[in-house]
Design a protein around this ligand. Structure first.
Ligand code: AOF
Ligand code: ZN
Length: 330
């Protein structure tokens, strides 16, 4: 039996739901009988059935007893939005389960496996574990680091400017780059911005994509409270306003929220404050070929940001006239 191939199939079906399962992890499960896949299930939508339940539903006890379940993540052992998967597995009559990775969520974290073993089920953990972690990068990050993964996204002129000081608000990057940003937004659980950005740019800050997505939450970092609710930012979805000038407390507050990732889309002041304090994990720069010149406001002071912030260039691609670069903290 090729365990890796079956686990790979379980991963493949899970990732189809990456935009609708979040902030839950993507999880896939497959049931194998006499070396053939006889049932598949995934966690398709936040709040709905977990993968194991979708996979085992409708299969007879007799067949399940002689089958192996491959599940990308350790089955949960707690009652959340749905009952524990361990209960469903135990009562299904399953005798053998192969698991990709332990669930780092402290509500689970090994207790699912212990419960299955206590009920006489054979459990093997650690098949394609790194791939499972990679497919749930933000989820694992949050539980390991006790704070959400922070991505900072900026659009820059080719001379490193954010915008021009005279207020001429022409777009820096191309339409295609701005469309790419919509996908980056869709990948994150929340978008954070500052008062100046919503005042000056009037952005909607939602993910305008042509596939189903759990929209990112909106977080506004501002001490101002008299916002004009007709601004686009306030129009769709709930906005959480954080009035706190201490960044460490802001991060603490973000860590308490049910989010694994935050996309910071803000002006140079807020972006530098996150970066200078080390509160970022990924920086995405969309760079236009056009210059703004000496009427411009720079994104970063002094040396080039790559040296200053110890960044590791992970990928480069061209989007229309622009270059997109993704950096991670070394
Ligand atoms: C599983 N199978 O398919 C998923 C699991 O609020 P709930 O009830 O949906 O629970 C969410 C938590 O359950 C989530 O944070 C993670 O620890 C686990 N996700 N577990 O057994 C699944 N999606
Ligand atoms: Zn579950």
């Amino acid at each position: 039996m090729n365990h890796d191939a079956f686990m790979q199939r379980a991963i493949d079906i899970s990732v189809n739901f990456k935009y609708t399962a979040k902030p839950n992890p993507v999880v896939g499960a497959i049931l194998v009988y006499e070396n053939e896949i006889i049932s598949e299930g995934a966690h398709e939508q936040y709040g709905d059935n977990h993968a194991e339940v979708n996979c085992l539903n409708g299969v007879s006890r007799d067949i399940i007893a002689d089958s192996t379940l491959y599940c990308t993540l350790e089955p949960c052992n707690h009652t959340g939005k749905t009952p524990p998967c361990t209960e469903a597995i135990i009562s299904s009559g399953l005798k053998r389960i192969f698991i990709g990775s332990l669930d780092p969520n402290p509500k689970v974290a090994g207790s699912g496996i212990a419960r299955l073993k206590d009920n006489g089920i054979e459990v093997k953990v650690g098949i394609l574990e790194e791939k499972v972690k990679e497919s749930n990068r933000f989820f694992f990050f949050k539980h390991l680091n006790k704070r959400p993964f922070i991505t900072i996204k900026i659009a820059s002129s080719n001379d490193g400017m954010s915008h021009s000081s005279d207020g001429s608000t022409t777009w820096i990057t191309s339409e295609a780059s701005r469309q790419d940003v919509q996908i980056v937004r869709a990948e994150h659980d929340a978008i954070l911005t500052g008062g100046n950005t919503i005042r000056n740019d009037n952005p909607r800050m939602n993910a305008r994509v042509d596939f189903p997505v759990n929209q990112p939450g909106k977080i506004l970092l501002s001490s101002f409270s008299e916002w004009d609710k007709n601004l686009n930012f306030f129009k769709e979805g709930a906005v959480k306003v954080i009035d706190n000038s201490n960044l460490e407390s802001v991060i603490d507050e973000l860590s308490q929220m049910n989010i694994n990732s935050v996309l910071v889309e803000a002006g140079p002041k807020l972006v530098n404050s996150f970066m200078n304090n080390g509160y970022f994990d990924q920086l995405i720069i969309y760079e236009s070929p056009d210059s703004i010149g000496n009427k411009g406001i720079k994104w970063f002071e002094g040396f080039n940001p790559i040296d200053k912030f110890q960044l590791d260039l992970k990928s480069t691609c061209t989007i229309d006239r622009d270059i997109k670069r993704v950096f991670e903290k070394c």
